[in-house]
Design a protein around this ligand. Structure first.
Ligand code: FAD
Ligand code: UDP
Length: 387
């Protein structure tokens, strides 16, 4: 742990950077700027911990759980893996999800096994499964929405069974009101591959996310202060540091000048049960609107921890609460663009991360975005030196 980690008194010195938010975006930039530029960094977060939404901790029963819902690492980027591997070893883990449909737990993404289980289809080859799906699919000429994507691939019956209810609960909107990128995250397969992700690298940080963040931030030039809201420092931010990196919600930074940008929230119900296992895989999805939650996660499947008890989390989507998901639809993108234009005109501040750039990005994409931001800063510094 570095000497400044939550130091009781704020250091009175000036910093090169004030970074707001200690999630992936803020922590990667703090690490890069301190270790590569020798910059003095003050990293703040209004929560009581680092790690952002990827934060994990052992609960009272000693089970490592994810406070903000299950986080599974997967990527196709070698650069991101190489970077994070400086701060963690990995536990090989391939994510598998079942969906509770018509009283059965069947693989999602929909694959050949799903079709055989639900419809007794007896499909033996990829060709047979492709032919079966082609018969169900209802081609949509211009695919714009999250409804179009699924109906076009698998037809109305499977759309209703797996996607419509889940999406209405998760987003408070019908799939026809959401950009196609949302349900496009879930592929359709004709083989029996039952992994949730297809990425080349799938693994969990061996000792958890928080341990990885602590190692990343363990640098004498990084001072971490948790429980500090940017609002408390905003008026004197440029006295504290030459440059600000802001990774919170962009509309909040500008005091909601153009109105609130919609973000979707979740309520997490964490439970520890006096039994070894609760369900066969780490995540079971509940697409039916008969129950108010979307999925149940069981952490020991992700972490490999062995214990006689188990911790699970129910996710209840909500309009109120911490902003977790930007909501991809055209009118929100338009509002974001107005904030982005304001951000571009605002000197001395960089906006990075899922909330500040209003993008439905996974962890690896945020690490990639932060590393790209650093590269641009690096180039600017180098060109400044050569002038
Ligand atoms: P965040 O992690 O949100 O960090 C931003 C930080 O800024 C927060 O800690 C916040 O407290 C702080 N902050 C904001 N405003 C202020 C302020 N005014 N003052 C001080 N601090 C402030 N990705 C995957 O790759 N795989 C998954 O399986 C996965 N599962 C997910 C499950 C859920 C339920 C959610 C919500 C997300 C999931 N993600 C997953 C996405 C992942 O959480 C994000 O990509 C990643 O955490 C974004 O990092 P970030 O640094 O941009 O933002
Ligand atoms: N989705 C669905 N049914 C499922 C799984 C996903 O309708 O069984 C849709 C839903 O709209 C969800 C989106 O696909 O929000 C993306 O799913 P993912 O599991 O990637 O969501 P995240 O882990 O980001 O919450």
């Amino acid at each position: 742990m570095n000497a400044f980690f939550n130091a009781p008194e704020p250091s009175s010195e000036r910093y090169d950077y004030l970074i707001v938010g200690a999630g992936f975006a803020g922590s990667v930039l703090a690490e890069r700027l301190a270790s590569q530029h020798g910059a003095r960094v003050l990293l703040i977060d209004r929560r009581s911990h680092v790690g952002g939404n990827a934060y994990d901790e052992p609960n009272e029963a000693g089970i490592l759980y994810h406070k903000y819902g299950p986080h599974i690492f997967h990527t196709n980027s070698e650069q991101v893996v190489d970077y994070l591997s400086q701060f963690t070893e990995w536990r090989p883990y391939e994510h598998r999800v079942l969906a509770c449909v018509r009283g059965q737990q069947v693989p999602i993404p929909i694959n050949r096994t799903t079709l055989n289980m639900l419809f007794d289809a007896n499909l033996r080859t990829e060709e047979e499964a492709a032919e079966y799906l082609a018969q169900r699919a209802e081609p949509v000429e211009e695919i714009r929405t999250s409804e179009d994507v699924v109906i076009n691939a698998v037809g109305t019956e499977l759309y209703r069974l797996f996607f419509r209810g889940y999406t209405r609960k998760q987003w408070g909107l019908d799939p026809s009101e959401l950009d196609k990128q949302v349900t496009s995250r879930i592929p359709t397969r004709t083989n029996a591959d039952d992994r949730y992700f297809s990425d080349t690298f799938q693994a969990m940080p061996l000792h958890g996310y928080t341990a990885m963040f602590e190692k990343m931030l363990d640098h004498p030039l990084i001072e971490v202060r948790t429980g500090v809201d940017f609002a408390e420092l905003k008026n004197r931010a440029h006295e504290i540091a030459d440059h600000i990196i802001y990774t919170g919600p962009i509309d909040e930074y500008f005091d909601f000048r153009f109105g609130k940008l919609p973000y979707r929230s979740l309520k997490f119900d964490h439970q520890t049960l006096d039994q070894e296992w609760f369900q066969p895989v780490a995540v079971v999805n509940y697409p039916s609107e008969d129950v108010p939650f979307t999925r149940i996660s069981e952490y020991k499947h992700l972490t490999g921890q062995e214990a006689p008890v188990t911790t699970i989390t129910y996710e209840y989507p909500s309009a109120e609460g911490d902003p977790y998901y930007p909501i991809p639809r055209p009118e929100n993108q338009e509002l974001f663009k107005r904030y982005e234009a304001l951000a571009d005109e605002t000197g001395g501040v960089s906006f990075v991360g899922r909330l500040a750039t209003y993008r439905y990005y996974n962890m690896d994409q945020i690490v990639g975005q932060a590393l790209a931001t650093f590269r641009r800063m690096d180039e600017k510094l180098a060109s400044g030196r050569s002038e």
